[in-house]
Design a protein around this ligand. Structure first.
Ligand SMILES: [Zn+2]
Length: 349
């Protein structure tokens, strides 16, 4: 199936809009409308495979989250309105949104593994990458991308990679998989910043040593800094791991317009990063890349960046910038390479 006839898989559901805070909160339903606008603009009249976001299967959830947490979460969500931590709200309808978000992410992973499509996007809320096995955290109730990764493995993938380009470290995802050899987790994030984890020295443990890679980038990192991180760490580690599916924890809060962080990415940078990941997926012979929405709190930035990402996924490729990265971000990439050398003595090639 060539790129012209290959459908673009899409998970979306109006139930995600019901999840909202009682007062002002950056993680709001309007975010999804902005992302939808960007996606629609990029897709145009290309074929779309609409995937249902059914409630996540209990076994898929139990593979990632502790049963005691799931029981506590069900009890809490039955109350209607409230908070699970200082930042993490819930509302009537949040249970359906969260459980169908995780189910939609799993559905996307299974569709890509089954050859129903090669590329797809799960437009969902609440986000997931801060959710730990045993607690909600940082606007996240269930770890959608982790559920998706495990679903892909259960569907026959030997290895999966998760690239997390949200500006915040994906602590929950890292902790779920850090002792596992079959899931590569590569996170690019502003450092220091919430949640405080994701130092370069965190490289996984046991059988998973070297399969966690943290690019702890300085505030103000630009398209060039991210390009350097992609060329020297993200892309070679993906080639070395050779995943059967690349999942992207696709937050858009490293954008220069984002109000919650201080990075300087352009909208176009997301297209270039997506193109680079698609290139590796094509080199690996399968072309499978699934994007799962995480953060991103400026509506215009979200719309433009999702459009750039989806355009790349549909084959309108763009290149990472060639200009040299500033010394501070090069040093951050050097730190990741130095830490990873323990597990990858010959480098990634
Ligand atoms: Zn974020």
């Amino acid at each position: 199936m060539g790129p012209m006839t290959d459908p673009f898989a899409l998970v979306d559901d109006r139930c995600f809009d019901v999840h909202r805070a009682r007062g002002d909160h950056p993680e709001r339903p309007e975010r999804l409308d902005a992302a939808r606008d960007g996606l629609r603009r990029a897709v145009g009249d290309a074929p779309v495979l609409a995937l249902e976001a059914a409630e996540v299967a209990p076994a898929d959830l139990a593979a990632i989250h502790a049963s005691a947490y799931l029981a506590d979460l069900e009890d809490a969500l039955a109350d209607g309105w409230g908070h699970l931590d200082a930042d993490t709200f819930f509302a009537p309808g949040s249970r359906e949104a969260a459980f169908r978000a995780a189910g939609g992410a799993a559905r996307l992973a299974r569709a890509l593994m089954a050859g129903e499509a090669r590329r797809g996007f799960a437009l969902l809320r609440p986000p997931g990458h801060h959710a730990e096995a045993d607690r909600a955290m940082g606007f996240c109730l269930l770890n959608n991308v982790a559920v998706a990764a495990q679903a892909a493995l259960d569907a026959g993938a030997a290895r999966v990679a998760i690239v997390d380009w949200d500006v915040h470290h994906g602590n929950g995802t890292q902790h779920v998989f850090e002792d596992r050899e079959d899931v590569l987790f590569v996170s690019l994030h502003q450092w220091p910043l919430y949640p405080g984890t994701g130092a370069a020295r965190e490289i996984g443990r046991g059988a998973g040593a070297g399969r966690t890679l943290n690019l702890a980038l300085p505030a103000g990192s630009s398209d060039e800094g991210y390009a350097d991180a992609f060329r020297r760490v993200v892309l070679p580690s993906l080639r070395a791991h050779a995943p059967d599916l690349i999942l992207v924890s696709a937050g858009f809060d490293a954008h220069q317009r984002d109000p919650l962080a201080s990075m300087e990415l352009s909208s176009a940078a997301y297209g270039a990063m997506a193109s680079a990941l698609l290139g590796v997926a094509d080199e690996l012979g399968h072309g499978r890349v699934g994007f799962v929405l995480e953060g991103g709190y400026d509506l215009r930035a979200l719309e433009e960046s999702v459009a750039a990402t989806v355009a790349a996924a549909l084959g309108r490729s763009s290149d990472l910038p060639e200009d040299a990265a500033p010394a501070a971000s090069r040093a951050a990439v050097d730190a990741t390479l130095a830490a990873a050398r323990v597990a990858w003595p010959e480098g990634f090639e």
